[in-house]
Design a protein around this ligand. Structure first.
Ligand code: FUC
Length: 767
């Protein structure tokens, strides 16, 4: 009986905290429109179509994107004959002639990939309107944006959302008085030779010149009351009570080597289904779909500061003085919102800008950089309970094998396995690009670890079976291209040529066996072996991988006490280079940890300290994760402070490299998760890096490897006060909270409840 009361009390504590969190605001809001500034505008998206809402009063622009609208054509970017230079570059490297190695490597680079392109704008004009009481907002709890203002005694509301189930963007115009809605709607595009036409209440825009991609934008305008007419490629509505605009975009893209779809048939089919639904149906279907994902994680990091009701841009400006925990929660949930909005189902994975780009020459092509940025976009996908959002990345990884295999032949002279260098695009180009720093052979390896991570969280064996050949191909590439270095006398197996992503030694990029490559390869061999064993296949291959793994160079601690970035001790302790590639072993990998490899963890800490904190947005985000893995919550928090400033966070909360790059948003979500919960290495660590400033809090819905979900976790005065864990797969649960441990084999569906001392109070339920 006593036990029962304890459990009820604990639950009530958790539920009270939960109730408080749901009341809190989930809104980004502003008291003026976005002007013409992209990073002031508010993003919406349905996983493959994006909209940026500027909210202008007399002219509202909605910047449009569709994930397959890219420049370029199907095909690879290999440089024929590149592999013939391998032995010369290796000889130069092994004899220490980096100048020659660099010059040969520069000649082994393939051709430039394609870039992600904008679709254009939807333009709504309300010629006379001037606003008083203006408000623009994005509500993360509904994924609906709004522009509200008063003009001439009438309150006007525009509501915008993007629906995944119905494949459309919807805009609803209303007013608080009858017959007040009068406006014009048209579509624009920056691509030349387009054709614009109207058919009844529909506007169609077809692009002309964009290499292989053809797309169509289709807008349907439906009025309630008043009148509607079309002229000069514009639809005009007069004196309506309300208006619903439904927009969809489709291209001819089917896959990286097939562009035979018919965009206008696609948009027509989508529109004919969507237009059968009224506005409320469309909205309800959107809410049901979105909230099923978004509502899975609730978070409360402490009482909101007094500026929590301020406009969002002021919250960015003032964060470093307010330290408002509620703003961190908003930023965290905004990251989850963004991933749901740009990475669903059969869409493309989140690129450097997610899905939102208005430039025809975007920074770095708004493509996929695979030596950190694409991976960072997905670090949080499992822990933040958005496993389904990994599907576009998983599909992309699988589909890259074909081109990756060709590049393995042309650039590395092996017909087995596949490779991706430091960039790819819609067409899955896999060759090295840019310059000698493009010769980095570990992109496929790193990406394949994401397949294994998805398995670790879901324990879905069918999935593992499906992706195993892809993982195996990444491993085979390394088995076939690693070479024995003749320099150390130990004959270690190394990558050559390579680079430690974008960093230089003595002015050169080109090197052999940089630490990051070795760490990635160690993971690839170990994960592929574990997968093979689980599936009962490829015993011989596992032996080969084990043998090769034993010949990889070990981690080394250099003369400044740092973790060595290169095979040689070249690190410059004054360097503040943004890439901390060799710390891959600490995070996202778990080869280095404070519990098991304390000396290496100390060396990693020295490296981080020497590099300093300040860097690009994504680098700050990586460092949050790294300090969390070092179990230093206060330092991790310091990086959050560095990130949440106007230098690194725009008014709309997009991350600033600068310029806008979305990896920092996603990487920070992962970092916050790592501060609250870690589950690498078979153990779930509770509150491993809680900063002093978040002394009271609550979280629910974070996922841990092994099919566990943190149903509720509350802490008070910096100490755990309540924990309940759900076991979805019946695995062994191993918990660690400040040295206190708990271990038990669970049953599928168990909820285990713990008190502040990690004492399990589960008997009321399942035992
Ligand atoms: C890598 C990084 C840059 C930038 C670019 C997209 O080249 O070094 O900082 O993030 O990718």
């Amino acid at each position: 009986m006593k036990r029962f009361f304890i459990v009820i009390t604990l639950l009530l504590t958790a539920f009270t905290l939960r109730a408080n969190t749901t009341k809190e605001s989930m809104k980004l809001w502003y008291d003026s429109d976005a002007g013409s500034t992209f990073t002031n505008a508010l993003p919406i998206g349905n996983g493959y179509m994006g909209g940026m809402i500027y909210g202008g009063v007399s002219k509202d622009y909605i910047g449009l994107n569709e994930g397959t609208v890219w420049s370029g054509n199907p095909g690879n970017n290999n440089k024929m004959g590149a592999a013939d230079k391998l032995s010369a570059v290796r000889n130069a490297l092994f004899s220490g002639d980096y100048r020659t190695a660099e010059s040969i490597a520069s000649d082994m680079v393939g051709y430039q990939p394609a870039s992600y392109q904008p679709v254009g704008d939807l333009v709504l004009s309300f010629p006379d309107h001037k606003a008083s009481s203006y408000r623009r907002e994005l509500d993360l709890s509904t994924a609906i944006a709004k522009t509200i203002y008063t003009y001439d005694g009438v309150e006007y509301t525009r509501e915008y959302f993007a629906s995944y189930p119905d494949h459309v963007m919807v805009i609803r115009l209303t007013a608080n008085k009858s017959n007040k809605i009068t406006f014009n709607a048209t579509l624009t595009t920056p691509h030349r030779n387009n054709s614009l036409s109207t058919v009844g209440n529909t506007i169609l825009l077809q692009n002309g010149t964009l290499n292989s991609i053809k797309f169509q934008t289709r807008l349907l305008v439906r009025n309630d009351g008043g009148s509607i007419s079309a002229a000069n490629n514009t639809i005009s509505v007069s004196d309506a009570n309300s208006v619903t605009l439904i927009l969809t975009i489709a291209s001819n893209f089917k896959s990286f080597n097939d562009v035979t779809a018919n965009p206008s048939e696609r948009t027509e089919a989508i529109m004919s289904e969507a237009s059968e639904k009224n506005y409320d149906d469309l909205r309800n279907r959107h809410l049901k779909d979105y909230q099923a994902l978004f509502n899975r994680v609730k978070m409360d990091l402490g009482e909101a500061s007094s500026n929590a009701t301020d406009i969002t841009s002021n919250r960015v400006k003032n964060f470093n003085s307010t330290n408002d925990p509620d703003f961190v929660r908003l930023y965290y949930q905004f990251g989850r919102y963004l991933l749901i909005s740009c990475s669903r189902g059969t869409g493309q994975p989140a690129n450097l800008q997610g899905i939102w780009n208005r430039d025809t020459s975007p920074a770095w092509g708004s493509k996929y950089t695979t030596n950190i940025n694409l991976e960072m976009n997905y670090w949080m996908v499992e822990s933040a309970n958005l496993s389904e959002c990994a599907t576009p990345l998983i599909n992309k990884i699988k589909s890259m094998v074909y081109n990756g295999n060709e590049t393995a032949k042309v650039h590395w002279g092996t017909s087995e396995g596949w490779v991706v260098h430091h960039n790819t695009d819609l067409w899955n180009r896999t060759a090295p690009i840019d310059g000698s720093w493009g010769i980095w052979p570990s992109g496929a390896g790193w990406l394949s670890t994401h397949l294994w991570e998805h398995y670790l969280y879901t324990l879905d064996k069918e999935f593992l079976k499906d992706v195993y050949p892809t993982m195996k191909g990444a491993a085979q590439f390394f088995l076939n291209t690693l070479v024995q270095e003749p320099v150390s006398g130990n004959g270690y197996l190394v990558t050559a040529p390579s680079d430690s992503p974008e960093n230089t030694h003595g002015g050169y990029n080109t090197c052999f066996g940089p630490t990051m490559d070795i760490q990635i390869i160690r993971d690839v061999f170990s994960q592929t072996s574990q997968a093979a064993q689980l599936l009962g296949v490829d015993g011989e291959l596992c032996e080969k991988m084990a043998e090769a793994s034993a010949k990889l160079p070990p981690h080394k601690i250099g003369k400044y006490g740092q973790l060595q970035e290169w095979f040689d001790d070249w690190d410059d302790p004054r360097s503040d280079h943004r890439h901390v590639s060799h710390l891959y072993g600490l995070f996202p990998s778990a080869q280095i940890s404070v519990d098991e490899t304390a000396d290496l963890a100390e060396a990693a800490k020295t490296t981080l300290t020497q590099r300093g904190d300040m860097a690009t947005g994504w680098s700050l985000a990586w460092k949050i994760n790294l300090w969390a893995r070092l179990q230093d919550g206060n330092h991790a928090y310091k990086l959050i402070q560095d990130l949440l400033t106007p230098d690194r966070t725009y008014e709309n909360l997009f991350d600033a490299h600068p310029p806008f790059q979305i990896d920092g948003n996603f990487g920070a979500v992962s970092g916050i998760n790592e501060m609250l919960l870690q589950s690498q290495g078979g153990k779930i660590r509770i509150l491993p890096a809680l900063p002093n400033t978040w002394s009271n809090g609550y979280v629910s819905g974070l996922c841990a490897r092994g099919g566990f979900v943190i149903d509720s976790m509350a802490w008070k005065d910096g100490k755990l006060s309540y924990l309940s864990v759900v076991s979805n797969k019946g695995e062994e649960l191993s918990l660690d909270y400040k040295g206190k441990t708990f271990e038990r084999k669970t049953k599928v569906g168990d909820t285990l409840v713990f008190d502040a001392n990690l004492k399990c109070k589960d008997s009321a339920w399942s035992y």
